[in-house]
Design a protein around this ligand. Structure first.
Ligand code: TA6
Length: 296
């Protein structure tokens, strides 16, 4: 179980970074910037909250989420690595999101923001080739996430990665998702059949689970109820996943409220399926997502 180490205490910055016990007694960082507040658990280096002053939360966090060793937190931004989806005899979506990451650096940036750097390495995954993961989370009037994977082994290393972001929305019936028109996707609700998106404004009226490949597009979530547009910009990412569990899947997930599907949508930025990454020894790959809002 993660616990609060003296070395972690030294990372606190008065008025900007406070370390305490969150849900389930897990170590949690509370962040305060000139524009926003945020929360990050050391468990999975999991960003669970980001909220600009005078705006609703940007991220969704399930009321029913578990907060315990070995279990992923449901909501926020789970770090998916080194595989996406189920894997026989292994944890779904890989081991990064349930690893005990270390907090290596905290910085109060001159512009009034806060930047944190987390690290996890081979010790968290003894049966996986030697590697190093650094995760830089920067809170300002937006949320920037940089996941840096370095291959420390002597062979090429193939992996998938994804920042599996859960966004808080006013009502699933009154949002649309833009930026996907014409893109090819694997439809998990239809045996991963390959299809092509025909809508410039995707509306969600049933379970949606689509892995869009070969796309570097910025995605917009238009939320008419909360009167805001969420922007999902990215780099170092060729895949975008769109997911809402809808009624049946929501009911089937013990760590997700039966009606919570109405107030969340996942727009995930990563390198999945056709876009898996193969890294040469001593090379690094950087996956970046920049999450922001615009009023409308
Ligand atoms: O990103 C969509 C997805 O792959 C869905 O198929 C669903 O499994 C979701 O991730 C959540 O996965 P989890 O392992 O967190 O329950």
């Amino acid at each position: 179980m993660d616990d609060i180490k003296v070395s972690d205490r030294r990372m606190e910055i008065p008025g900007r970074v406070a370390l305490g016990k969150g849900k389930g007694g897990l170590p949690k960082l509370d962040i305060t910037t000139d524009w926003s507040t945020g929360q990050v658990y050391l468990h999975g280096a999991h960003v669970t909250g980001f909220q600009k002053y005078s705006e609703p939360p940007l991220l969704f966090l399930s009321e029913a989420s578990r907060f315990e060793a070995g279990q992923p937190i449901r909501g926020g931004v789970p770090i998916i690595f080194p595989w996406f989806g189920p894997r026989e005899g292994k944890p779904a979506h890989g081991f990064a999101r349930t690893s005990a990451w270390e907090l290596h650096e905290t910085t109060a940036t001159p512009d009034g923001g806060v930047s944190l750097r987390f690290h996890v390495g081979k010790d968290a995954a003894p049966d996986w080739p030697s590697h190093s993961l650094n995760y830089i989370v920067t809170f300002t009037d937006r949320l920037r996430l940089d996941l840096i994977m370095t291959n420390l082994s002597e062979k090429d290393l193939a992996f998938e990665n994804c920042l599996h972001t859960y966004f808080h929305i006013g009502d699933i019936a009154t949002i649309n998702v833009r930026g996907l028109k014409g893109l090819e996707y694997l439809d998990k609700t239809d045996h991963y059949v390959r299809k092509r998106e025909s809508d410039g404004e995707v509306r969600i009226t049933a379970e949606v689970d689509r892995t869009f490949v070969n796309t570097r597009e910025t995605i917009e979530i238009q939320d008419t109820k909360l009167k805001r547009t969420i922007l999902v910009e990215k780099s170092g990412s060729a895949s975008t996943v769109l997911w809402n569990p809808w009624i049946d899947k929501a009911r089937a997930m013990p760590d997700f409220g039966d009606h919570e599907y109405k107030h969340m949508v996942c727009v995930e930025s990563g390198n999945v399926a056709d876009n898996r990454v193969t890294l040469k020894p001593d090379r690094s790959q950087i996956l970046t997502a920049i999450l922001s809002t615009l009023p409308f």
